[in-house]
Structure formats: structure tokens, C-alpha cells
Design a binder for this molecule. Structure first.
Ligand SMILES: CC(C)(COP(=O)(O)OP(=O)(O)OC[C@H]1O[C@@H](n2cnc3c(N)ncnc32)[C@H](O)[C@@H]1OP(=O)(O)O)[C@@H](O)C(=O)NCCC(=O)NCCS
Length: 183
């Protein structure tokens, strides 16, 4: 598989939006049938919020061998000062751990790959391309506690669990908040 990974920022978000939503709808179709947090509408709302931040960045993979079909993507943005991200943290931690300056932590909000490209290394490439050369000291992500295999996958990529977190958003599941040192 020869993956072409392209980088985007918030200036390109509007043009990229239909592609990101189409891929989400395909990848989360089954999940959305039972999980109100996985609906396309909720995702689109989240995408619009994230991609309107000036620091939003996104990597999309295209497969050369298959007419440059999009295979998946990752996106995120740096956390601002007093980030709402940590507002749902349920595990007590030293307040210094969740202190944000705007330049400290990059939040990986989404990572998804279409089924034919799973277990090919595409997910790892999208993840690495998004996070390599970031100036922040660390990255954070949330993984659903009902998906232990995904948590294990992230642990195999160097992530560690900080604690339990439930975002203050309707229907949000319980997540593991994870951290990855970037330097
Ligand atoms: C997460 C993802 C990008 C990883 O891709 P990958 O590196 O190729 O790894 P895999 O697809 O083999 O996933 C690793 C394991 O997690 C499981 N898994 C992946 N996504 C899952 C999900 N949403 N729910 C439950 N299990 C999941 C896989 O079935 C696999 O288990 P297996 O080894 O027993 O087959 C890809 O599985 C994906 O797009 N999943 C759907 C979207 C998603 O859940 N994104 C993560 C949000 S935190």
C-alpha cells in the first residue's frame, strides 16, 4: 500500500468538510444505530467546533494504488488556556497536570480508517503525521472505555491513561483520558 498523506489546516476546513463527514458516516454507520453520541449530526457539530479553531490541523490518507481513494484521517488542535477538555475529568490529579497555556497540549480529537485499510499501518501513519513536528510538549486523546482494544492499540503507540473522563456533552460515554509525550 502506498499512502499519500496530506496535511490541512483550518483554512481548508470548509472544503474538506464533506469528505470528512462522508467518511465518518461510513465508518460509524453501525455505531450510530445504537449510540446517540455517534450520530453524523453530533459529529458534524463537533467537527465545526474543532475546525473553526485557528490551530486545527488534519491529515488525510489517499491510496495511490486505488485511484487516490481517501482511506481515513486524523485531526485535532492545541488546547486553549482553561480548556473545557479537562472539565469532565473524574479522576483526581495534581492541578498542574491539567493546566493549559495554549501551547502545552495538542488534543487528538479524531482518528478513523475505512475497514479495507485497517491493519495496514495507515492509522499509525495518519497519527504520526499529525503529531510529528508539533511544538507542544504532549498530546491527549479520549478513548471510549467500552473499546479496550483501541486503548491497547494506543498504549502500543506509547500513550498512557491519565484517568476517567466524561465530557460535559449530552450522551457522552465514559472515556479514558490518555497522554503521549511529544518530546
Ligand atoms: C482505531 C482505528 C483507526 C485503528 O486502526 P488500525 O491501527 O488499523 O487497528 P485495528 O482496526 O486493527 O484496531 C485495533 C483493534 O481495535 C478494535 N477496534 C477498532 N475500532 C473499534 C471500535 N470503534 N470499537 C471497538 N473495537 C474497535 C479492532 O477490532 C481491533 O481488534 P482486533 O485486533 O481484535 O481485530 C480503526 O480501527 C478505526 O477507524 N476504528 C473506528 C473508529 C474509531 O474507533 N476510532 C478511534 C476513536 S478513539
Amino acid at each position: 500500500m502506498s499512502l499519500d498523506i496530506r496535511h490541512y489546516d483550518h483554512h481548508q476546513a470548509a472544503g474538506l468538510r464533506p469528505l470528512l463527514i462522508d467518511l465518518y458516516a461510513e465508518i460509524y454507520q453501525q455505531a450510530a444505530e445504537t449510540d446517540p453520541f455517534a450520530t453524523v449530526d453530533r459529529f458534524a457539530q463537533g467537527l465545526d467546533g474543532w475546525s473553526s479553531r485557528p490551530g486545527w490541523t488534519c491529515t488525510v490518507g489517499y491510496d495511490h494504488a486505488y485511484d487516490m481513494q481517501p482511506v481515513g484521517y486524523a485531526y485535532g488542535a492545541p488546547l486553549p488556556e482553561n480548556a473545557r477538555w479537562w472539565g469532565g475529568l473524574l479522576t483526581p490529579v495534581d492541578p498542574a497536570v491539567t493546566e493549559e497555556s495554549g501551547q502545552r497540549t495538542y488534543a487528538l480529537s479524531e482518528l478513523m480508517v475505512r475497514p479495507p485499510w485497517r491493519k495496514t499501518g495507515a492509522a499509525r501513519q495518519l497519527h504520526d503525521a499529525l503529531l510529528t513536528h508539533r511544538p507542544e510538549e504532549r498530546a491527549t486523546l479520549l478513548v471510549d472505555q467500552n473499546h479496550p482494544k483501541v486503548r491497547a492499540l494506543y498504549e502500543s503507540w506509547g500513550w498512557t491513561v491519565l484517568g476517567d473522563l466524561r465530557p460535559r456533552i449530552e450522551n457522552a460515554p465514559l472515556f479514558h483520558a490518555m497522554l503521549l509525550p511529544l518530546r
